[in-house]
Design a binder for this molecule. Structure first.
Ligand code: 44T
Length: 698
């Protein structure tokens, strides 16, 4: 055969080798000349022709991919960007760097759940990969919400559900559907009580996968059929073979209805449950359908509460000499549902027993409504019910700030759970603020206007949303600010670099104000990196506000923090093995803490943990040890921390002050450390870029 025609195996092989080697060379050449797009294409060719080179080229391929992705990102070529990642994942399906990087892009684009999934995958692939871990901790709260830990640790709630389920299963309800299974705990109660068939549905992918592991670990995978779906999409006999005699569910939020329990149960009665038992008729439990919980009573109470007022009402008309005109409406998130995409509930939630400053009841508690979950007609009429009025006598003079709402969940006629603020319970209450003003969304700042009032300054501001810019324009106008005094640039979510840029007209900045601490109590992501860029954009003698930040902390014993952080062994879950699975989603730092009302015993005085200097990087030390004097014997379980933000040498803000908008955060230890009065404990503070870790040296 004529070789020159490329026929024959040897010839093909040689041709392939030649092409691979040339493409590889081109790829390397392109990387060197920073043409990452072309390099990436060459690598794809190399890898498709010579998969055996996978391990050799992995590192440069990754580098090329990340560079090319960054370029596509800045060009806003989103589809190409994710196309690339998809290809890359096909070639390297178990690559933690690629997963983490996809997560970062998704996160910046606002897809937090999806991002969280990729960070979780990256951490699973490599538990020591610090970047992915940091990212994971920031989003774990979205994947598995913190209340899972709190509810699973609530032994009273678990026992009450357990008894109620056991009772009806023993009476004959042998086919069970668990709506909103979460970890699968109620399904396992039903199975253990003797149910023949248990079906469980769960909407969240993460929770569904977790429940599969948990059910298997408890050796019930053959008895419980898990479905990753919304109950409303379940069809008999497609997904479950028969109608069931019992539905168990705890798909209720602090306001009872926020998880859609009424809609789910209407659907369940119409399509998934056996017919209800006619009144007065006894008979076999297996022939009829019923629901646990059987019903609920909803209560309300009018309260005065300065903390709620502070969050939902603008208490001032002037801020540092800037007048806020009435035409500017600051809306609380609880009332912004009209034009936003997601349906937002008209309430927020609060654990009233722990609200800073407490609250004053202005009325007695009153019943607002009752619901019978075993009555389809009633459920249906509820879904279309008109609002009604109730009048309630005032028993205490005061300012009406909110109506707080809770409920008693009647599992059956002997078992009930209350979410009342007086109850020792894991539940928060629903808060319906009476005022719909204020609680301006994060990222909105009138600092540039304040700066503008101080004299001959030309403030520039980065604004996150067009709406914010319009609002600043309105406020400027009301304060008789010449229109062109203030200049803005819109900050694009994907484009972080644009936040810090050179001034348009002038040479360099004289003051740069950085937002350094999040409301959650954490340091802003990349804060030190932004400070470093800012230093390069300052004119000589220019200043960064704040100049430096002190981080303070103390050692405490707090059972509450421990229980809110991780499921504590098998005891609270009545012997079921759930803790090690859900605890994978535990995070080492608890955020949005109210230190002033946290149940805890201080074991030390506050100490300075770290100084972060934004103006002078040489004053920062990356790792240090701090000695802490123990002033009371006990078990150290947590290290709450907060900040003193020094705008300059004299003027500072304390983020633990009760009048600040900041909450606090705390490191929660995996294992408590026993300490004696007089002892010294050494804390090791590691600080890398803007990520800080605090550990106790043993
Ligand atoms: N909130 C408690 C409990 N689901 C909410 O995906 C108490 C809140 C709480 N699955 C502070 C404190 C506390 N079909 O995993 C979730 C959810 C799932 C469904 C399938 C459906 N129709 C649904 C509806 C919901 O059910 C699980 C539980 S629902 C939420 C419980 C400590 N804030």
């Amino acid at each position: 055969m004529p070789r020159s025609r490329g026929g024959g195996r040897g010839g093909q092989e040689a041709g392939r080798a030649e092409l691979v080697s040339r493409s590889l060379q081109s790829a390397q050449h392109c990387v060197a000349s920073r043409d990452f797009g072309t390099a990436y294409a060459h690598y794809l060719l190399v890898l498709s022709l010579a998969p055996e080179l996978r391990d050799d080229v992995k590192e440069t391929f990754q580098y090329t991919l990340l560079k090319w992705a960054a370029e596509l990102d800045s060009l806003n070529r989103v589809q190409d960007l994710f196309g690339c990642y998809e290809q890359a994942l096909e070639l390297f399906p178990d690559d933690e760097v690629i997963c983490n990087s996809i997560g970062e892009h998704l996160f910046r684009m606002g897809f937090r759940d999806e991002a969280a999934g990729y960070f979780h995958k990256a951490v699973k692939l490599n538990p020591d990969y610090t970047d992915a871990k940091e990212n994971f901790y920031r989003v774990a709260n979205w994947l598995v919400e913190r209340w899972h830990f709190i509810m699973l640790n609530d032994i009273k709630r678990n026992m009450t559900y357990h008894s109620a389920i056991q009772k009806v299963v023993r009476l004959g309800c042998k086919t069970v559907l668990d709506i909103g299974a979460g970890t699968g705990i109620l399904s396992m109660f039903a199975k253990n009580a003797g149910a023949h068939c248990v079906y469980a549905c769960e909407l969240s992918k993460t929770m569904y996968e977790l429940s599969r592991d948990i059910v298997a670990a408890n050796k019930m995978e053959t008895g419980i059929k898990l479905l990753h779906m919304k109950s409303l999409d379940i069809d008999v006999p497609k997904h479950i073979p028969e109608r069931v005699s019992l539905v168990v569910t705890e798909t209720v939020d602090a306001g009872l209805f926020g998880e859609g329990i009424v809609e789910s149960l209407i659907h369940a009665w119409e399509h998934l449950l056996l017919q209800p038992k006619p009144k007065g008729k006894d008979g076999n439990f297996e022939e009829y359908g019923q629901v646990i919980p059987a019903g609920a009573i909803v209560f309300g109470m009018a309260v005065q509460c300065t903390e709620i007022r502070r969050h939902h009402r603008l208490g001032v008309q002037d801020v540092a000499g800037v007048h806020l005109p009435a035409s500017v409406k600051f809306q609380s998130p609880a009332f912004s549902s009209v034009d936003s995409e997601e349906t937002v509930e008209p309430y927020t939630t609060e654990k009233m027993s722990r609200v800073p400053g407490g609250y004053l009841p202005l009325t007695q508690s009153f019943e607002t409504m009752t619901v019978d979950f075993n009555n389809l007609q009633e459920l249906k009429s509820l879904a279309t019910k008109k609002p009604h009025q109730i009048s309630v006598p005032v028993i205490q003079e005061g300012v009406l700030d909110a109506i707080i709402v809770w409920f008693v969940l009647q599992l059956d006629d002997e078992h009930s759970l209350s979410t009342s603020p007086h109850e020792e319970t894991c539940w928060e209450q629903a808060v319906y603020p009476v005022q719909n003003l204020s609680d301006v969304s994060e990222g909105f700042s009138i600092l540039p206007i304040i700066a503008g009032t101080l004299g001959l300054v030309k403030p520039y501001s980065s604004v996150e949303k067009e709406q914010h810019r319009l609002t600043l324009d309105l406020i400027s106008e009301a304060n008789h600010f010449p229109r062109d005094t203030l200049e803005f640039w819109l900050r694009h979510v994907e484009d972080d670099c644009a936040v810090l840029q050179r001034p348009k007209s002038d040479k360099l900045w004289s003051i740069i104000i950085l937002d350094v601490i999040e409301t959650s109590g954490l340091i802003q992501q990349e804060m030190m990196e932004k400070a470093a860029i800012s230093r390069c954009l300052l004119q000589s003698g220019g200043k960064i506000f704040p100049q430096y930040v002190l981080m303070l902390g103390m050692l405490v014993e707090s059972q509450t923090l421990v229980e809110e952080n991780a499921v504590q062994g098998t005891e609270p879950t009545l012997g079921l093995n759930i803790a090690p699975f859900i605890n994978q989603f535990q995070v080492p730092v608890r955020v949005f803490l109210d230190l002033s009302t946290l149940p805890c015993i201080p074991l030390s005085k506050p100490v300075e943990l770290l100084r972060l200097d934004l103006m002078d990087p040489y004053l920062n030390n990356s790792n240090r040890e701090v000695k802490v004097q123990i002033c009371k014997s006990g078990q150290v379980t947590a290290i709450p921390f907060w900040y003193h933000v020094y705008l300059d040498e004299e003027i500072s803000l304390d983020t633990s002050s009760e009048t600040s908008h900041w909450k606090q955060a705390a490191v929660v230890l995996d294992n408590p450390i026993p300490v004696e009065i007089g002892q010294e404990v050494i804390l090791s503070i590691q600080h890398h870029k803007s990520n800080i870790s605090i550990t106790v040296k043993q």
